[in-house]
Design a protein around this ligand. Sequence first.
Ligand SMILES: *Cc1c(COP(=O)(O)O)cnc(C)c1O
Length: 958
Amino acid sequence: MTAQYFAPVASPQQPRAAFADRHIGPAAGDLHRMLAAIGYSGAEALLDAAVPAAIRTGRPLDLPPALSEPAALERLAEIAARNTVLTSMIGLGYHGTTTPGVILRNVLENPGWYTAYTPYQPEISQGRLEALLNFQTVVSDLTGLPVSGASMLDEGTAAAEAMTLAHRAGRRREPGTFLVDADVLPQTIEVIRTRAEPLGVEIAVADLSGGLPDGDVFGVLLQYPGASGVVRDLAPVIEAAHGRGAQAVVAADLLALTLLRPPGESGADIVVGSAQRFGVPYGFGGPHAGFLAVREGLQRQLPGRLVGVSVDADGAPAYRLALQTREQHIRREKATSNICTAQVLLAVMASMYAVYHGPEGLAAIARRAHERAASLAEGLRDAGVEVVHGAFFDTVLARVPGRAAQVLAAARERNVNLRPVDADHLAVACDETTTEQHVAAVLEAFGAPAEVRPATEAFPAELRRESPYLSHPVFHRYRSETAMLRYLRRLQDKDIALDRSMIPLGSCTMKLNATTEMEPVTWPQFAQIHPFAPLDQAAGYVELISELEDRLAEITGYAKVSVQPNAGSQGELAGLLAIRGYHASRGDGHRTVCLIPSSAHGTNAASAVMAGMRVVVVTCDDGGNVDLDDLRAKIDKHGAELAAIMVTYPSTHGVFEESITEVCDLVHAAGGQVYVDGANLNALVGLARPGEFGSDVSHLNLHKTFCIPHGGGGPGVGPVGVREHLVPFLPTHPLRPEVGDAATGVGPISAAPWGSAGILPISWAYIAMMGPDGLRAATEGAVISANYLAAKLAPHYPILFTGRDGLVAHECIADLRKITKETGITAEDVAKRLIDYGFHAPTLSFPVAGTLMIEPTESEDLAELDRFVAAMVEIRREIERVAAGEWDAADNPLKNAPHTAAALLADEWKHAYTREEAAYPLPSLREDKYWPPVRRIDQAYGDRNLVCSCPPPEAFED
Ligand SMILES: *Cc1c(COP(=O)(O)O)cnc(C)c1O
């Protein structure tokens, strides 16, 4: 199959509606009606009033004119055609896999799954929470450890998180040494080094096959099987590590664990890895779900998200995010990690792969990959080629003195990529997709006869896995495609995603993820490229990435952009490390104080700590702006140690702060750098450039402003953009000298050279199809829509912060606190009641507790905005009935929300409001009603009774 196969039939020349008119929800006439409601005669007048003149750019976007949808696909097909799909037997943590069609089409290509948000509102997220619980069960069973979180960003960062977890678990004061086996994946070692340096942790790399070297260490990392393919008994090294009081971390291959003794049974404390080979395509490096599992006793220290089982208001079991994973905004600089957006969609895919294949199916896949590798090893040995390790799972290391390059080229002629290790060694990794023909071709490349003979098991019998796994019914029930299809549909139907209604989540920018933007993601020429394939096979990717980086630089006003960070949080860390590197290069290594306003996103403080900085909070004034007096005081106090300020612009309070240029000047004058958190760039594109108005570095969230879907909590891409003086300190990669400047760069921030490259075509397509005018129009639309909602809601709910002329930026905060005081109805009650009206709640209690932050984006049309306003206004009337005493303060539709069909259809109904008032508070709901699968979930119960893998079926009985 080629990309051309998918190319559109319509001619690009054929006139049709511009893409921007499809992307922007309100029609031109509607925008004028909305402007009139706000009190403005035109968009320019509103923007002039809302956006401070001091930050407005004088230069329109210098980008190519908009392409139509067919023309964009045609151009992408040309780019894709420059990628060459060969059979990659490179390994190093990335393996060929077959995505079952039923999962490809019904998860990866299905907006019901990919447009959902992170499951912070569990009542409307039961489908994806169940899928994530399945993921946790897969990881926990296969690793042999009791608790697994629901996805990390990739294997390298998971290993780095394991390092800091091991340090916390050891309760040591000094940073200490983390010992890494030399046979750990090279990119993992370097990601760990990047993370260790600012914390003062020493990384010691040594060959641990003969035991531990002398010296005190707080943790040890092993790879299982090793990067070289070798399979060794982990137990002796783990025992030695425990003897030194160190935690044992193992980076393991999930597929291998279906056949090999799991690390948990060898005593490992923490197991990390990637679930990529469970049905998730290469995508030139990502996105894929990483994982991290821990032994008993470490679960409360787990980074990232953990799904647990709790109960709803009727005592029925229900899923929700557990423990600290909800608490990043509360814990801030004390958070266990900065992970926010992770890899939910890919974790869902991997979990469904396990559900579909079941334990025997997975074992059969593993056995086949193993047999291919064993046959290859036999064939090589027969031909006199030395096979270095006798015990392996899927990867064979061959010694061919002086001949590695020649064999590599011969394999390449046969359309196979092998991994060159050095001049004398090559590694060959087999996988689910490896056929006898592939093995024969590789044998030929080595100069051996292309004769594939069956082979016997090639690892020691005592390492064979004896313990059962995936015995839960979910891994046995859905083996026919029909059953699987219906399981996926059933879960999908439990959730609210963008395919059902608007998701007005402030700060998260839940805008359209256009189908045309999504289509290229699963084209083989983008999906099937190994991240370490020779670069001439990825020429299309290189072109797409450099065009995208250049266009993002033009949009933001920075000198250079790197797309390597695979979430906003990782962009933050990369940006702060660039600042750290810059200060150090000037002999200013003592500059370690990072000023962060109290309104900041929780990731900011967590990232600053990871970058070795000390967080000093700057207060905000009553208007929600950075308090300049406090800023001056903090600068006076910390001036000599000032490293940076991290501000979000427009602020998380939803306003364009007038003082931003002054903030930048004050910090610069004191020798600090300015980090502008670019998560809110949707309010700036085409109007203002952070790199022009005083910022030195920003991350952007391509999964917010640039249309990558949220995937139910990831994937994401968090590019980092910097001004000229910080360019030398951008991320690099050990296996790709083309990325960054190896001499000065901060090292890799994620495992793959260009992060989640596989989803970059989405943002490329968005920018290409919108063109400079469309992008600016989108910003205009976002600002108009937010101000329209603020104007319509203000008579019913106070709008907390506004800027000049009472205007907001691209989001607004509805303040429930006074209403709560007077009536007892909380912001959470309103959030849950919105579910009965068919809506996903706005952002709850961030950045201000007791409020709702509402961001409509430009993609919602006027009818949908009005439907939301109608719901909010009706809810306000309901609150009045509580206030008037008509409904009991504790027993009313708000406190009891959301209402399930089961609760409404029960024979007994003892409430003062009617069933009709509960279910159909607005007539329009009769046409389209969402039925929540559970009632309100008891968060505290679940934290007290932590269950985070599939509960036994009995738990679901009455
Ligand atoms: C979303 C967001 C982040 C974090 O981005 P992730 O991609 O979720 O890691 C940081 N700051 C702000 C203001 C955000 O809204």
